[in-house]
Design a protein around this ligand. Structure first.
Ligand code: CMC
Length: 428
């Protein structure tokens, strides 16, 4: 019995519910018995006040701008860790020792190749297909390839599927890019790091030796860390909901990719850069800020605002720093960065954005970096999907191994017609 109780009173009748405490963060009212006791549902479209599960992976304090993975602040992981190490942490709960990290990295590198038949599958897409469309299709199609590990009740099978997904995602994303530009697919090189291998598969061509630039590799790896997991966001909740029915893990991740694609979620990085390019020069910013504030104009400042962060997104802080590092390494500049900095400054001093607590999010600066590295905007969300796969599989594993796990099945407030009799077409 929980120490704290919450009481709900409706029409003079009271119902008591246990209040559960997490290790940190808001308590939750356990309303699982509400319907049984009262014949009422709660109503929370968009799940703004609903905890959908118990999780020990990621903690966010949106008011303070805090993001922790297994307790470790994102800033420290971005500064000192690697994507492989962060992936291990998310999957296993603790940072690995050197031997564990080496084994994990080697295991992932042994799963980087795709079944050769999938190359044929790619050729079924139109050349101008969006990489996210290809990613949805190809990852879903992996469900048809690995019959040796489909028992999701078996932790070993889940582990193999998770490793395959993390390992194959760079290959899948790079092949989506290669297909769109009409270049030959580049096979993985397992002597390179996870991120170095991805860069080579994306930008390398068979005719020339590809040299990984360490500063770019580091920046890219950091971007992957920043996107690795983010609590119960829309795509993660989609993966959990799909997985709750016992669906094939590759199909669940394809569902997550579909959700991530939207401009309110992972698609915002593509939309943010397109917006900055449309704004062009700093003198045009006030006009766009006015448009973003106008309720009759659908335009929003992309890369601004967040459901959870009501403070600076800590990932945006790291991103902004990384822009400068990549520019220095590649000896490039981009006037769009100046526009972005000025836009941020003006928005942060504008009453509308201050009152609504709208700050730059992870997507505001990421596009500028990715563009400097050489990615077309259509690839941005595919890179997000690549990195978020770690969080998706970790959350999926956590859910399946929870003994109290049930199929996700929300209810509704029905507002349609009440029962009525069918009328034959001739009489309508
Ligand atoms: N520009 C202008 N106004 C905004 C913006 C924005 N970017 N974001 C929110 N608002 C306003 C919104 O109009 C609303 O005003 P009012 O209360 O007067 O109706 C208020 O702020 C609250 O917005 P909301 O849409 O009700 O908040 P939400 O929590 O449902 O949406 C969001 C969060 C991220 C979808 C939204 O801020 C947004 O559309 N931002 C732009 C897209 C974006 O950058 N998305 C990436 C999110 S971070 C990466 C990820 O997790 O995928």
């Amino acid at each position: 019995m929980a120490d704290k109780q919450a009481t709900l009173t409706v029409d003079g009748k009271s119902y008591d519910f246990p209040v559960l405490e997490g290790s940190v963060g808001p308590d939750v009212i356990d309303i699982r018995k509400l319907y049984g006791q009262s014949h009422m549902f709660t109503y929370d479209p968009g799940f703004t006040s609903t905890g959908s599960c118990e999780s020990s992976l990621t903690y966010i304090d949106g008011e303070e701008g805090v993001l922790l993975h297994r307790g470790y602040p994102i800033g420290q992981l971005a500064e000192h860790s690697s994507f492989m190490e962060t992936a291990y942490l998310l999957l296993n709960g603790e940072l690995p020792n050197q031997g564990e990290l080496d084994t994990f990295t080697r295991t992932i590198s042994r799963h980087t190749m795709l079944h050769e038949q999938l190359a044929t599958f790619y050729r079924g897409f139109r050349r101008d297909a969006h990489p996210m469309a290809i990613m949805c299709g190809v990852v879903g199609a992996l469900s048809a390839f690995y019959h040796d590990s489909t028992d999701i009740a078996d932790p070993e099978h889940r582990k193999i599927s998770s490793h395959r997904l993390i390992a194959k995602m760079p290959t899948i994303a790079a092949m989506a890019y290669k297909y769109s530009v009409g270049q030959p697919f580049v096979y993985p090189d397992n002597t390179l790091s996870y991120t170095g291998n991805f860069l080579r598969m994306t930008f390398g061509v068979p005719a020339e030796e590809y040299e990984v630039i360490p500063a770019v590799e580091k920046a890219m790896d950091r971007i992957f860390i920043l996107h690795a997991d983010h609590e119960q966001n829309a795509s993660t909740s989609t993966v959990r909901l799909a997985g709750s029915s016992g669906a094939n893990p590759f199909a669940c991740i394809a569902a997550g990719i579909a959700c991530l694609w939207g401009p309110a979620h992972g698609g915002a990085n593509e939309a943010a850069l397109n917006m900055l390019q449309e704004i062009g020069t700093p003198d045009r910013i006030p006009h766009f800020i006015e448009r973003a504030k106008d309720k009759n104009d659908p335009f929003r400042l992309m890369g601004f605002g967040h459901r959870v962060y009501k403070n600076y997104d800590p990932r945006a802080t790291v991103m902004q720093k990384t822009v400068r590092e990549v520019f220095d390494a590649l000896k490039v500049t981009d006037p769009i960065f100046e526009t972005a900095l000025r836009l941020e400054e003006l928005a942060l001093h504008d009453d509308y954005f201050v009152e609504k607590k709208l700050f730059p999010n992870v997507d505001f600066y990421s596009g500028i970096i990715l563009s400097a590295i050489g990615f077309p905007t259509t690839m941005f969300t595919a890179l997000f999907a690549l990195a978020r796969t770690v969080g998706w599989v970790a959350q999926w594993n956590e859910m399946i191994s929870d003994p109290g796990q049930k199929i996700g099945r929300p209810r509704q407030l029905y507002t349609g017609p009440t029962q009525r009799d069918y009328v034959p077409v001739a009489k309508r």
